[in-house]
Design a protein around this ligand. Structure first.
Ligand SMILES: Cc1ncc(COP(=O)(O)O)c(C=O)c1O
Length: 409
């Protein structure tokens, strides 16, 4: 493992999660012996592999024991092509990766699968994390199937569906007043106090490894003909770091020959990584966080170094979108593709739409949009994006008049 800031190297046996010299900002990159991995992981082997989950990329995942792999199916989520969206926005192709189809409803399951496997590998009994909600519900689900206990810290304001998921999976749930930042700080102290296994994605370097499989799948599902540009929503910066790492590992394995341009999309009210990118800053300054997209309502992103690198090294871009652009993206994406995303889940799509409308995408461009979380996770958010349903007595005349007004019939 290598520190993303100072380049210091570590062995897995060192049992560090971040660089002791750089503190929490010094997140670690996990690397492999790519030459030997490439003998077992290449296009031919993958074409014959019947396994339809993220473990098909196991040669470049940090799990040792086969028996540690959780029983839940994770990954190999659908990638839908949409001619309608491509036509509407004047690009050659639009691909929508529906990661809300993972077992607990978000892309975070990729990280939790690896995190829980790693916890079992190292004989841990209790796993813990702070999260805006999805990493939490995901960890709780995977911990439950693996017979581990979980202690979860989420903001008091987390959507109730996510909190319900946590409780159903049997997690010890701590709702923290004061937002995600406070939940993160308290979780960090509690983990240090009680010695639990840390599943905070920006801290535990193995988790981005799970997330990278999303990018690997996009590449493989497109028959290794990579998209030009990939859009992804950004909060803490772990997903975007994972997307970059997935494309980078494919390149290192010699399976592909380039990295797509990665565009990170933040909500206007919580955009510290966007700001640092725009200002060409070396570091991200923490700032306010206010957005309808609770999962990316992050003012103090912990994986900023890897996130900035993902955008810069892929010659990508950062954009912001307003809350109303996020909300209107929910029904638009659902109606065009059938994919119902939560607000943060469709923020990548909202960013695509904005860049396309501003003429920042070419007509030959092939675009992939990652939908990171299922719409049922945040029903209140979804309801803000649509009109009210009709309420009528069971009476045809009343229906005719109500429908007539509505549909003009
Ligand atoms: C649905 C969804 N989208 C996007 C994100 C942002 O991911 P990250 O915090 O890794 O940038 C999250 C994080 O919780 C999420 O749950």
């Amino acid at each position: 493992m290598t520190c993303v800031l100072c380049g210091r190297g570590f062995d897995p046996e060192d049992e560090v999660m971040t660089c002791p010299d750089c503190g929490l900002d010094g997140t670690l990159d996990v690397t492999y012996d790519y030459e030997s991995a490439a003998e077992k992981l290449n296009q031919n082997v993958l074409a014959r592999d019947p396994r339809r989950d993220l473990w098909r990329y196991r040669e470049v995942l940090p799990v040792i024991e086969e028996g540690s792999i959780p029983a839940l199916d994770v990954g190999w989520t659908p990638l839908y092509g949409s001619d309608r969206l491509a036509g509407e926005y004047g690009v050659r192709e639009v691909w929508v990766k529906d990661d809300g189809r993972n077992p607990t409803g978000s892309l975070k399951d990729r990280a939790s699968a690896v995190g829980v496997a790693k916890a079992l590998d190292t004989q841990q009994k209790v796993v813990s994390c702070a999260s805006t909600g999805n990493a939490a519900s995901s960890l709780a689900g995977f911990a439950a199937t693996a017979g581990l206990s979980s202690v979860i810290f989420v903001p008091e304001t987390a959507p109730s569906a996510k909190v319900a998921q946590l409780l159903v999976y049997g997690a010890e749930v701590v709702l923290v007043r004061g937002g995600y930042e406070k939940a993160f700080d308290l979780a960090t102290e509690a983990i240090a106090t009680w010695g639990w296994y840390n599943r905070n994605c920006a801290i535990n370097p193995y988790l981005v490894e799970g997330k990278k499989t999303c990018a690997m799948e996009v590449a493989e599902q497109l028959n290794w003909d990579l998209p030009d540009t990939v859009f992804v929503s950004v909060g803490d910066g772990c997903i975007i770091s994972g997307v970059y790492k997935g494309f980078l590992d494919l390149l290192r394995l010699g399976i592909t020959d380039r990295i797509p341009r990665i565009v990170g999309v933040q909500a206007e009210g919580a955009a510290p990584i966007w700001k640092a990118f725009r200002e060409k800053a070396r570091r991200v300054q923490f700032g306010p966080a206010r957005t309808v997209a609770d999962s990316i309502s992050v003012g103090a992103p912990r994986n900023w170094a890897k996130a900035l690198r993902a955008v810069r090294e892929s010659f990508g871009e950062m954009v912001t979108v307003t809350d109303s652009e996020i909300l209107s993206a929910i029904p638009e994406l659902a109606r065009a593709t059938g994919v119902f995303g939560e607000p943060a889940g469709v923020t990548g799509f909202a960013g695509f739409r904005k860049m396309a409308r501003q003429g920042m995408l070419g007509k030959n461009e092939r675009v992939a949009v990652i939908v990171t979380g299922n719409g049922l996770k945040d029903i209140e958010g979804a309801k803000k994006s649509v009109s009210e349903p009709l309420v009528v007595d069971p009476d045809l005349d009343q229906l005719k008049s109500a429908l007539g007004d509505r549909l003009g019939i």
